[in-house]
Design a protein around this ligand. Structure first.
Ligand code: MSP
Length: 633
């Protein structure tokens, strides 16, 4: 069996996954499912990138232990992929001990090959992108040096580091690009890489000494391996390279590394050079897709538009979101995600073109053939054209999918659906029924069903649940193999068809717009509903003990009594306003159902309320005496 190995980037666990990370994973899933359907032995890898300064800082900011922080976020990625029905064969984490073992082995190979030396590094560093930049690469905004990719401020770094002789591989890389013109796609992305090679690659620093959150450099444990070197090696460590359990190395080299455009240089230049140095085969292709914006804006946490794909999956269904993404965002180019466009696609392409075709065909099979798939009948009318068109569509679909032109492949399928609708309309089965022309009636319905079978199969990698449903409804209950796609007349006459409910429900776009407008107004005025307010559990609590938190100027740790809810620990920023002695005995108001969080290593189980103006701060309390635990409403 032919093998196929596809990877996504491993995502940083500094924040929760959003529609951007889901985009790459869904596209990779489409390719993986397609290859499986075509009979390949597929290995599909995704995972998380967990070392480096960025993750360390994010964990610290949240007051969390870095390992716990990584576990929590890696879990969120895993959960999301499960919810989105992603069919990855493995999930790698760079904090896995197995990965660490492979990274050390790999780096040792590079050292043995004479490609690593000690030197002094000085230059700019972007923590967000975990990327080094030369003076001529950084940009300047408002007098500040910023990263050319994410525009965040860069830091000046001076360290004694180990370097990788990347420059040595400039010529071999040029040769690789010459001999494999499709190595990097799309072509304009390849040209960007060629320009860098023309300018000439410089050696890169591959270790850091100023923090410890990484894999120790073999032989000099003062250094940790640069997070990008650590991360890229995931593609072979997931297969067991350099370890005892290396039988999965049969999948190497990767057939496609699917990535976003901003990390192309790492995958198309640095990674192949590292592989050459370690003496491994090179990946067959790097495909760098474009970036998604949301309603025209860059996706960012601070803009609050880091859309959780689950929101849309819940509302419209997983298959609809997948279809919309692959159809509307031309694969390889930048594109914009918008709910309105998604709904338009749902209404037009799915409910109208596809859903109606199935519905009206099955309605007639039910009416005239008692829901049993009719016989192929007598050939005539547009039948030959339909068969020719089917063959052409299937052939170009396969060619386009194989060359990762996913959007075009889907377009072809929907052009074919449109043709099937024309076929049905022109052949007018309702007239054939009236005329009692049973041979032609059964032929037209059979052929349309057979066409729908091809559609369901071609759409299988994109809309797996819908396709399964459609196949069942048209009476096709066999195993999914390439043959039913490539040969005509597969449906068995006499199998049971199921009419059922429409495949997709249409959405009223006008209503949707109104809801969005109201939501916007509410957000603008900061209005919440009574139900939202009702979720906050406010209680009276009595401070039993209070002491300053060591090492912090602001924080005071308190033990409070919340009546029926028991005793709790609370940490609050009160030290500049109250002494611990002043606090003991006070009745305060607390939010009792807030998720606990750690501050200076102490878990705070709630939040107290206080009024604040300028530097002044006063605790909220109640008039007179009341039992601790009293509810505030
Ligand atoms: N950890 C590195 C990758 C190491 S691979 C050896 C990294 N991680 S990341 O979390 O920043 O993820 C980057 C990838 O997420 C992009 O390359 C892209 O695949 C995906 N996307 C993140 N935001 C995206 C959009 N707004 N649009 C499309 N894809 C996006 O870089």
């Amino acid at each position: 069996m032919k093998k196929f190995y596809i990877t996504t980037p491993i995502y940083y666990v500094n924040a929760e996954p959003h529609i951007g990370s889901a985009y790459t994973t869904i596209m990779a899933d489409i390719v993986a499912r397609y290859k499986r359907m075509m009979g390949y032995d597929v290995f599909f890898l995704t995972g998380t990138d967990e070392h480096g300064l960025k993750i360390l800082q994010s964990a610290k900011k949240k007051g969390k232990d870095v390992r716990e922080f990584c576990d929590e976020l890696a879990g969120k990625f895993k959960e999301l992929w499960k919810d989105l029905k992603i069919t990855n064969d493995y999930f790698i984490r760079t904090t896995d001990p197995d990965h660490e073992e492979t990274v050390k082995f790999f780096v040792r190979k590079m050292v043995e090959n004479g490609d690593v030396y000690k030197g002094k590094y000085s230059g700019w560093y972007c923590v967000h992108c975990e990327t080094y930049y030369d003076e001529d690469e950084v940009e300047e905004i408002d007098g500040k040096k910023v990263c050319p990719v994410c525009k965040r401020e860069v830091k000046w770094v001076e360290e004694e580091n180990y370097f990788f002789k990347l420059s040595k591989y400039n010529e071999p890389l040029k040769k690789l690009f010459e001999e494999n013109p499709d190595f990097v796609e799309p072509e304009f992305r390849k040209n960007e890489m060629l320009k860098i090679l023309e300018k000439g690659l410089k050696d890169i620093s591959i270790t850091r000494t100023t923090f410890k959150w990484g894999i120790p450099f073999p032989g000099d444990e003062k250094h940790v391996i640069y997070v990008w070197v650590d991360a890229l090696i995931n593609y072979v460590s997931a297969l067991g390279y350099g370890r005892k359990d290396s039988e999965k190395m049969k999948y190497w080299p990767a057939d496609v590394h699917l990535i976003g455009k901003e990390i192309n240089r790492f995958h198309s230049l640095i990674w192949p050079a590292m592989l050459m140095s370690a003496g491994l085969d090179l990946p067959r292709k790097v495909f760098a897709h474009g970036w998604l914006t949301v309603n025209g804006q860059k996706i960012s946490k601070s803009l609050g538009n880091a859309v959780d794909p689950r929101e849309f999956v819940k509302k419209y269904g997983n298959d609809v979101v997948r279809y919309y993404l692959v159809r509307d965002i031309v694969f390889g180019k930048d594109g914009d995600f918008s709910e309105e466009k998604l709904v338009n696609r749902l209404n037009a392409d799915l409910a109208n073109d596809y859903g109606n075709l199935l519905h009206r065909t099955l309605a007639m099979v039910k009416k005239y053939f008692n829901s049993s798939v009719p016989s192929p009948g007598k050939s005539g009318g547009m039948d030959d054209e339909l068969k020719k068109r089917t063959e052409e569509t299937v052939n170009s679909y396969i060619e386009l999918m194989d060359s990762l032109r996913l959007t075009e492949a889907v377009e072809k399928v929907w052009e074919y659906i449109s043709f099937l609708n024309t076929y049905f309309d022109r052949e007018r089965p309702w007239i054939l029924a009236k005329e009692k022309n049973e041979e032609r009636l059964s032929a037209v319905l059979y052929n349309t069903l057979e066409g729908i079978l091809k559609v369901a199969m071609m759409a299988m990698p994109i809309m797996p649940d819908t396709s399964e449903k459609v196949l069942r409804r048209i009476g096709f209950n066999e195993e999914i193999k390439p043959e039913p796609l490539t040969s005509w007349g597969v449906l068995k006459s006499g199998s049971r068809a199921i009419h059922g409910k429409p495949l997709f429900e249409k959405i009223d776009v006008k209503k949707l717009k109104k809801v969005a407008e109201v939501k916007k107004l509410e957000e603008k005025d900061n209005i919440i509903t009574i139900d939202e307010f009702g979720k906050v559990d406010l209680r009276v609590a009595k401070i039993l003990k209070a002491e300053r938190v060591e090492g912090s100027e602001k924080l005071i740790k308190m033990e409070i009594d919340v009546g029926e809810l028991g005793k709790r620990t609370l940490v609050g920023g009160l030290a500049k306003h109250y002494t611990p002695e002043e606090l003991v005995g006070k009745l305060i108001i607390v939010v009792a159902n807030l998720k606990p969080r750690k501050l200076f290593g102490i878990e705070s189980q709630g939040m107290l309320l206080a009024a604040k103006i300028g530097d002044k701060m006063k605790l909220l309390t109640v008039e007179g005496e009341i039992e601790p635990g009293a509810k505030i409403s």
